[in-house]
Design a protein around this ligand. Structure first.
Ligand SMILES: *[C@@H]1O[C@H](CO)[C@@H](O)[C@H](O)[C@H]1NC(C)=O
Ligand SMILES: *[C@@H]1O[C@H](CO)[C@@H](O)[C@H](O)[C@H]1NC(C)=O
Length: 415
């Protein structure tokens, strides 16, 4: 489905460093959205069951056939935000997912268990609803989620996206969505992987002039990872960056394609005292906020697991002995010539007394250009910039940062 032109067209164009895209922006009032994120509290089972989800998500969204692994749990360790759909509007919690491109919420005709336990969109109570009626269908491990397309205004903080196409579900399969604290999903990837030709929300934000720059950035709060499983939050800025949440230069890497946020990783390695171990070179990865772990090809991930001393557990996942964390090696990702280091404290998730390796093996269907999925394990350590205008992704050292006032047209939602 995706042309395999990645390695041809990626060249090392040198690292573009910039404190903020806004510095280069025209001097008129920047339009800047700042959106608070909340992390699901039950960050445990999800991580353990995410393998199935990954298979499903990347196995079928854009590729025919392939896997049939069950999706059991979808809610966990997902970062979600609140949006409003319609006028005056119903509020929904949606996973902010850079690994997909559709927006859907539970629909008024849905009688699945998940819909009974979540808010439902009702066109009749919105004065801005416009009928569409085309069928929507997306495959998850637990089955087919079906619905219909509608058009309505969608509110993100203070900003209203007019005439956004989205899907309201009619059937939500299995228990996955029942347990989820989120109501729906808001995809932030490209239209090419959008089901049914739905124009993604961010594309409309850009087209409607809501943001001054076609860029958004994620900060994910991981501060409590090794301490407890308390709720952590995060922040998305739409239209610019939040300099309080990163430090040092931003390393940009050109997009290999505009489907997922797909880019080249030069190498994945670990430096020992005497030798360097290389797990992969010239591979392709995506930045995916909707995935909690860091996934890659099973054979390569197996070498990483052996290197860090992890032992196989379930569903392609591995455990480590918590007491060995201080002695475990760093794993390095070289992206556009710059090394991004994950220390054990970054890649080990402590869940209910168990220590889970943040690396997970997954073999995506042949022909899928995606080899590695850099989920929250990576994006928690590195502030991530999704730059549509310049067709690039950027990473910088994340900092917990202090809240600071941003620009005039700022929207902040704290969840
Ligand atoms: C219905 O929605 C789909 C998905 O956004 C879109 O491709 C299609 O053009 C819409 N049809 C009408 C009649 O508005
Ligand atoms: C990050 O999360 C921790 C623990 O949940 C919290 O105490 C801290 O205030 C959060 N940091 C920011 C900057 O919000």
């Amino acid at each position: 489905m995706f042309p395999l032109k990645a390695c041809v067209f990626i060249t090392l164009v040198g690292t573009v460093c910039s404190r903020s895209l806004l510095e280069d922006a025209p001097k008129d009032t920047p339009k800047f959205h700042k959106l608070g994120l909340k992390k699901m509290e039950t960050a445990s089972q999800a991580a353990k069951k995410e393998g199935a989800l990954l298979q499903r998500k990347y196995g079928t969204l854009s590729y025919t056939g392939s896997d049939a692994v069950g999706l059991y749990n979808f809610e966990d360790a997902q970062y979600y935000a609140e949006i409003k759909v319609g006028t005056p509007g119903e509020t929904f919690k949606v996973v902010m997912d850079t690994g997909s491109s559709n927006l859907w919420v539970p629909g008024h005709k849905c009688t699945s268990a998940a819909c009974l336990l979540h808010k439902k969109y009702n066109p009749a109570s919105s004065s801005t609803y416009v009928a569409n009626g085309s069928a929507f269908s997306i495959q998850y491990g637990s089955g087919q989620l079906t619905g219909v397309f509608d058009t309505d205004d969608v509110t993100l903080g203070d900003f209203v996206i007019k005439g956004q196409s989205f899907a309201e579900s009619t059937v939500e399969p299995g228990i996955a969505f029942v347990a989820g604290k989120f109501d729906g999903i808001l995809g932030l990837a490209f239209s090419r992987i959008s089901v049914g030709g739905q124009v993604p929300v961010f594309d409309n934000m850009v087209a409607q002039g809501l943001v001054s720059e076609p860029v958004f950035a994620f900060w994910l709060n991981r501060t409590s990872d090794l301490v407890s499983k308390t709720t952590t939050g995060g922040e998305i800025t739409f239209g610019g960056l939040d300099a309080s949440h990163y430090t040092g230069p931003i390393t940009y890497v050109p997009l290999a394609d505009e489907n997922y946020w797909l880019f080249k990783v030069d190498s994945i390695e670990s430096k020992g005292v005497f030798a360097k171990t290389t797990f992969a070179t010239n591979t392709m990865a995506i930045a995916d906020t909707g995935t909690s772990l860091l996934a890659g090809p099973k054979d390569e991930i197996k070498k990483i697991q052996q290197h860090i001393g992890a032992i196989p557990f379930l569903n392609g996942e591995y455990l480590v002995l918590c007491k060995l964390i201080p002695t475990m090696p760093n794993i390095e990702f070289v992206i556009n010539g710059v090394t991004f280091t994950l220390e054990p404290k970054d890649y080990v998730l402590q869940i209910e007394g168990e220590c889970l390796s943040g690396f997970m093996g997954i073999d995506l269907p042949a022909g899928n250009p995606v080899k590695y999925i850099l989920g929250d394990v990576f994006l928690g350590k590195y502030y991530s910039v999704f730059d549509k205008g310049n067709k690039q992704v950027g990473f910088a050292e994340s900092t917990s940062g202090a809240e600071q006032a941003v620009k005039a047209k700022t929207m902040t939602i704290t969840l």
